[in-house]
Design a protein around this ligand. Structure first.
Ligand code: NOJ
Length: 566
């Protein structure tokens, strides 16, 4: 991490930078639990599951869009920023939910979707009708079709253009995403002020921050004359300042799939912009490593994304609600991942990714699932679990585009997986086959000590007791075997070490811990009893099963007695 002034003092405030050692859990209220028996999940239902989430051990919920919306992009098309979609409940229900989460020590962050609105938003409706309306300039217009209209689509194959003619306005409007999502003119100061107002509103209702949607597009210049958008990074500082002014410990987690050489522009050299960013670079290279059984590009991605301000943090994820975007890999690497995890055309999406959930991608192989999640919990940053992944839920490829992985949570063997009392859930519950609710559900896994759910609960519990990962600096150790990743983290006079074998075959690896004075001679295993002692040359030799992994504390279990304040 970058050594910046003030960082030593910041280090003392481990409770304030709560996101550095948090466990995020991402869910969509509409597919979690339906208390109203109308087939759509709601806040009353979600509230009833807070104890489940508390028991799982997660410490923060990332709640996907729940505001009023025609629902054509899973809520990422908002028609009223200041109201809850009536299908999910009321503002009152929302506040009860954030209150219930707070009582259990769980923070809530929500999506901030301000690159665009729904075309049904009254702002857009007024803008298209009345060229003199103040809202006209809240969007991005052109009298004629700009020459770049056929470029820059985010959903190639489904989305044909980025400029669509509106018959009422008699002009073309810009939309980075689907045509029903007109882009807001985010350079307009009035729009910027409105974005702050939206943040202030939800902060007041108890959220701890935002997962900010499509950040590079929000801050990019827009217009008919813009061929290559220029990022207006200063906007990020204004958002941060406002947020911190209102509620000091609230955060922004940025969705920005950018190249490592711009990461610092997003975090801010002085840690004055985004608190967190999803690490897309590591995500894509992690899937390549799993597919190719070669960790070298992953280590490179980790090294490249190492520089960040002390208060900056990566969000580490495996799968999210979108396709697994492999656009940053080379063509050959992408083909390798496709061949391993999504060989059929129907598995793939937008010419760049895989739309499947993780468990089916890994053939439901428990060893590989554990390997993947063990990695997610031990790569540098804060882990983000997706709902249902704690059960190894599957997908429904008969559903269009990304909806396949957004099916309702599977709670029990009861009808509709216990998600709803209605027999018409808004998105069908997966039934039948190896991933149907009859086999994969929370209730049965609760009863089985060896279930994936109980494994996940145990690993989360352990992860929370290893703050070195979230706070410390890592070093990749040389194992002389590209299939085996060895990472050591150091923080406050303590070190931890993780081994992961990406190969299906067992591997024997030799390595040095890289600490002086024999301090790395004893490795105490945290998840099993196979500790390791170094030989006379301070080297360890460990045998790992195919897809095996180890979590070690370096030196012994008296680490808390040895921990220093810096
Ligand atoms: C990114 C979101 O993750 C995705 O689901 C959505 O379609 C686009 N942004 C547009 O808001």
């Amino acid at each position: 991490m970058l050594e910046l002034s003030g960082s030593r003092a910041t280090e003392l405030m481990i409770n304030d930078l709560w996101y550095k050692n948090a466990i995020f859990y991402c869910l969509s209220v509409g597919t979690y639990m339906d208390a109203n028996a109308d087939g759509v999940g709601d806040f009353r239902g979600l509230m009833r599951r807070l104890d489940y989430l508390h028991g799982l051990g997660i410490t923060a919920i990332w709640l996907m869009p729940f505001q009023a919306s025609p629902g054509r992009d899973n809520g990422y098309d908002i028609s009223d920023y200041y109201n809850v979609n009536p299908a999910f409940g009321t503002l009152g229900d929302f506040v009860e939910f954030t209150h219930g989460a707070k009582q259990r020590g769980i923070r809530v962050i929500i999506d901030l979707v301000v690159n665009h609105t729904s075309d049904q938003h009254p702002w857009f409706q007024e803008a298209r009708r009345d060229p003199k309306s103040k809202y006209r300039d809240w969007y991005v217009w052109s009298k004629t079709k700009p020459p770049q209209a056929g470029e820059g689509m985010v959903f190639p194959g489904v989305q044909k253009t980025t400029w669509t003619r509106d018959a009422v306005a008699k002009a073309y409007y810009f939309h980075r995403f689907y045509d029903f999502q007109p882009d807001l003119n985010t350079s307009n100061p009035e729009v910027q002020a409105e974005i702050l107002k939206i943040m202030g509103f939800w902060i007041q209702l108890g959220v701890s921050g935002f997962r900010m949607d499509a950040v590079p597009f929000v801050i990019g210049t827009k217009g008919a004359d813009v061929r290559t958008p220029r990022e207006q990074y200063d906007m990020l500082r204004s958002l941060r300042e406002f947020l911190q002014w209102r509620v000091g410990d609230s955060i922004i987690l940025a969705e920005a799939n950018v190249l490592p050489n711009t990461d610092l522009q997003y975090f801010g050299d002085d840690g004055d912009r985004m608190h967190m960013m999803f690490n897309f670079q590591v995500n894509q290279n992690l899937f390549y490593a799993l597919a190719a059984q070669n960790t070298q590009p992953l280590v490179k991605a980790m090294e490249k994304t190492k520089p960040r301000p002390y208060s900056g943090q990566w969000g580490i994820f495996l799968r999210n609600h979108d396709e697994l975007d492999l656009g940053r890999l080379s063509d050959k690497q992408r083909e390798t991942v496709f061949a391993a995890f999504g060989p059929n055309k129907d598995d793939q999406l937008y010419d760049r990714g895989i739309r499947r959930r993780l468990a089916p991608m890994l053939g439901g192989d428990r060893r590989r699932l554990e390997l993947a999640y063990s990695l997610m919990f031990t790569l540098p940053g804060t882990p983000v679990v997706r709902y249902g992944d704690e059960l190894g839920m599957g997908d429904d490829l008969s559903l269009p585009e990304r909806t396949c992985g957004r099916t309702p949570m599977q709670w029990s063997t009861e009808p509709q997986g216990g998600f709803t009392k209605s027999d018409k859930p808004v998105v069908p519950v997966i039934s039948g086959g190896p991933y149907g609710y009859e086999h994969i559900n929370a209730a049965e896994q609760r009863r089985d000590p060896n279930s994936f759910l109980n494994w996940m609960e145990r690993i989360i519990r352990m992860r929370k007791e290893v703050p070195e990962i979230g706070w410390g600096d890592f070093e990749a150790l040389d194992t002389r075997d590209a299939a085996v990743l060895a990472l050591r983290y150091d923080w406050r006079n303590n070190s931890v070490l993780f081994l992961h074998n990406f190969a299906s075959e067992p591997r024997e690896v030799g390595f040095g811990v890289g600490l002086k004075d024999g301090r790395g001679d004893l490795l105490v295993s945290l998840l099993s009893s196979d500790h390791s002692r170094a030989d006379g040359r301070h080297r360890h030799t460990v045998c790992l099963e195919g897809y095996g992994y180890r979590w070690y504390r370096v030196g012994g279990l008296d680490y808390l007695l040895k921990r220093t304040e810096f």
